[in-house]
Design a protein around this ligand. Structure first.
Ligand code: FAD
Ligand code: NAG
Ligand code: NAG
Ligand code: NAG
Ligand code: NAG
Ligand code: NAG
Ligand code: NAG
Ligand code: NAG
Length: 633
């Protein structure tokens, strides 16, 4: 009998995975029997959930507080998880006197680690440091003590759906703050939190090519992708299967997590739309601990909300099905020029196209941006930076990528730009040799080396396409960009593309994606590198300084939204900027699916009801207890 049951189970697993409905790891689920033997991991009942009211605790449990689970209870959770519960120390603790001190390790972290995949493999770390509270900065011969700060207390190294379900249920039943971490790329501290239990989805790496997938009006190739897959791994799978899938440009960005949950841009954005536009089906564990398949026919409100309505809000995604396309080639060229590099002691060889006239430089940059209209119309995108180098020296670097175009057609499209730059603006540039290759050529070699925790802070707007159709409007907007770079000293990062409603197609056109994406032609960003360890007052002053330049954009383009994944977590009126008119409906879906507020992260739907109460008061810091607004400890 036992043997029979076992083989039936295996057959069932095979049948499920072959149907393309779930991965084998998703067939391992929490049962009612598991819940009976340890009620703390029992399922929730959304209908019976108490409304957010004064009778429920005003803060999440806190280590050391009376309601924090006892050690034996954490042990029991670990047993239910088959030993997948981790209690990691911050990596930098190797630099501090104490149990973990190891000078060799500390030196390696400071130097060698950036040439490896270490920080992406690390269960606590995120690539943006400031939300952690600088309680354990990486430094040789560090003084003081290393504490956990904004890092989670416990991490579930999830490799099955059961792990995810048990963690969600435990957090909900025991009033523990819950966070979800994938790659830790989030710029706003959304994959960490003090006093939390973290669900780490990084090891859910499964991939499956589905040659024929039909749902609603879609019929064609698809892929099923596990929540932990990184972009570079995704590109390897594309190459192996001779297909193209829309994926993040950043090599170690998660191909599914925060990227799809907010929008997700990449090199095919003007051709096939956003990451969220590719989704055909989503497997998710909701706040009640249940595992659901959500698609155009099932749970329509969640289906709408999970595509673009924000990360860590409605559930833990375990896998998604995405559209796949025939292999596509891309043609790319680079346009770079600089002004006054010698004043900045930069060797001239670094900037062969160097000018001495500031006016020429800025008019050339302005032209290069506006010319992107033509690139977008051909299905391509422009990727660019303007760097202030000091002493009136600036560098513009850019590339213009177009899919499915021959090299001669590419050159014909770009030549007028180069002609105008050299004849009208005295910028000595010539059209470079273009490179045509398959979309995934070279991507397989990206392994994440170079990712190292830094303190970048983005402020951004999705500039409406209309600003390029009107000389005066663009002149005003460009002046505001220039002021931020020239006076403010901020790097500017611009990515031009247009994922319109038409390109989003079916089912992408009807989702919770910020409507500003459908009108945009340029994702425009001021990048600031904030020093580690600023006081709260210093951080506020630095914020106010950049905000003045963003306010100029806001005044010129009041309708512009912003991309939350590459926006400011302290964005004023973030509901309007990050979600637009879709916010009210999203709040309603959130209330229905997560009446407990199990999922919380800065600037996610419904997050305004809670705040992190930190001791240092650092704006948007995650090093403190999560409490209802005004009810803090
Ligand atoms: C070096 C770098 C390059 C980048 N390149 C691009 C780019 O090319 N295109 C682009 O659009 N953006 C890019 N970004 C921004 C990127 O989209 C965001 O950082 C995004 O949040 C990354 O998501 P993640 O899941 O990899 O990271 P994480 O920080 O682990 O997670 C981000 C958010 O998603 C939530 N989340 C993660 N997994 C799940 C899940 N399975 N279910 C529910 N919620 C989940 C987390 O809780 C968190 O709130 C880049 C960022 C960096 C640092
Ligand atoms: C959970 O159990 C595993 C296996 O027994 C053990 O290695 C691990 O240290 C435990 N985790 C915690 C937080 O105690
Ligand atoms: C320090 O770390 C190195 C490298 O991981 C290891 O080889 C060494 O044994 C460690 N030293 C101590 C004292 O633990
Ligand atoms: C997480 O689990 C996987 C699979 O069991 C294992 O290979 C990996 O080492 C674990 N990671 C950590 C940090 O414990
Ligand atoms: C890849 O797919 C394309 C079109 O879908 C086809 O023409 C080509 O022969 C395939 N290449 C390989 C190596 O299978
Ligand atoms: C600016 O020029 C001065 C004088 O030549 C030089 O000392 C200084 O290093 C330069 N600043 C930068 C940022 O290069
Ligand atoms: C690529 O371009 C060719 C020629 O213009 C066209 O026939 C084909 O449909 C295009 N393919 C895609 C995927 O856009
Ligand atoms: C162009 O922009 C300017 C400045 O924003 C505005 O005053 C003007 O009405 C616009 N013209 C058109 C035709 O939209």
């Amino acid at each position: 009998m036992g043997a029979l049951r076992l083989s039936f189970g295996i057959l069932l697993l095979v049948a499920l995975s072959a149907s393309g409905k779930t991965f084998p790891f998703e067939a391992v689920r929490l049962t009612q029997a598991d819940a009976r033997s340890f009620p703390a991991i029992g399922f929730g009942d959304r209908e019976a959930a108490p409304p957010w009211s004064s009778t429920t605790p005003s803060c999440r449990a806190w280590p050391g507080s009376h309601d924090w689970p006892s050690d034996p209870e954490w042990k029991q959770l670990n047993v239910s998880l088959g030993g997948a519960l981790l209690r990691p120390s911050p990596a930098a603790s190797a630099c501090y006197q104490g149990d973990n001190y190891n000078e060799t390790t500390c030196r390696w972290l400071l130097d060698e680690s950036r040439r490896t995949h270490f920080w992406i493999e690390e269960p606590l770390s995120t690539l943006t440091q400031w939300p952690q509270g600088s309680t354990c900065p990486l430094a040789l011969n560090a003084e003081g003590t290393c504490t956990r700060g904004g890092f989670p207390e416990y991490v579930v190294n999830a490799t099955t759906v059961k792990h995810v379900q048990a963690a969600v249920n435990f957090a909900r039943n025991r009033n523990i703050r819950l966070v979800i971490k994938n790659t830790g790329h989030d710029f706003g501290g959304r994959s960490m939190g003090a006093g939390s239990l973290s669900i780490w989805v990084h090891n859910l790496k499964d991939f499956e090519f589905i040659p024929e997938y039909t749902v609603g009006r879609y019929s064609g190739m698809a892929v099923r992708v596990g929540a932990g897959l990184e972009s570079w791994e995704h590109f390897n799978h594309m190459a192996a299967n001779n297909i193209s899938v829309v994926a993040p440009g950043g090599g170690t960005v998660g191909a599914v997590g925060g990227w799809i949950s907010v929008a997700g841009h990449g090199s095919l954005t003007s051709k096939y739309g956003l990451g969220a536009d590719q989704v055909l089906s989503i497997n998710v564990v909701t706040a009640d601990g249940r595992f659901l398949t959500v698609d155009p026919n099932k749970h329509k409100d969640l289906w709408w909300a999970l595509r673009g309505g924000g990360p860590s809000t409605f559930g833990v995604i375990t896998s998604v099905i995405l559209k796949a396309y025939p292999p596509i080639s891309v043609t790319n060229g680079g346009l770079n020029f600089a002004v006054n590099p010698s004043l900045n002691n930069t060797p001239p060889s670094t900037d062969p196209n160097s000018l001495t006239d500031l006016a020429s430089f800025w008019s050339g940059v302005s032209l290069a941006y506006r010319y992107c209209t033509n690139i977008i119309a051909a299905g391509g995108y422009c990727f660019s930076y303007i760097y202030p180098l000091g002493n009136n020296s600036f560098r513009f670097t850019s590339s213009q990528l177009i899919p499915n175009i021959t090299a001669p057609a590419y050159r014909a499209l770009l030549q007028p730009l180069y002609t105008q730059l050299s004849t009208l603006h005295n910028i000595p540039v010539t059209l470079p040799t273009t490179i045509t290759s398959s979309l995934y050529a070279g991507n397989g070699r990206r392994t994440g080396s170079g990712d190292f925790p830094v303190n970048t802070r983005y402020r951004s707007r999705l500039f409406p396409a209309r600003v390029w159709q009107n000389d005066t409007a663009w002149a005003d907007v460009f002046d505001a960009i220039r002021a931020g770079v020239e006076e403010g000293g901020y790097n500017f990062h611009g990515i031009a593309y247009s994922p319109t409603t038409e390109i989003a197609g079916w089912p992408g056109a009807d989702s919770a994606v910020n409507p500003a994406w459908r009108e945009t032609a340029l994702h425009a960003i001021f990048m600031e590198v904030v020093p580690v360890g600023l006081s709260a007052a210093q951080a506020r002053a630095a914020d106010a300084r950049v905000q003045a330049y963003v306010d100029r954009w806001q005044a010129l383009m009041p309708e512009a939204g912003a991309y939350m994944n590459e926006g400011d977590p302290a964005e004023p009126e973030w509901q309007a900027r990050f979600y637009g008119e879709k916010y009210a409906r999203l709040v309603e879906v959130k209330g229905r699916w997560d009446p407990w507020g199990v999922f919380w992260a800065s600037t996610t739907v419904g997050s305004e009801g809670w705040e992190v109460v930190t001791e240092d008061g650092y704006p948007m810091g995650q090093n403190g207890r999560l409490c209802r607004v005004g009810k803090g400890v």
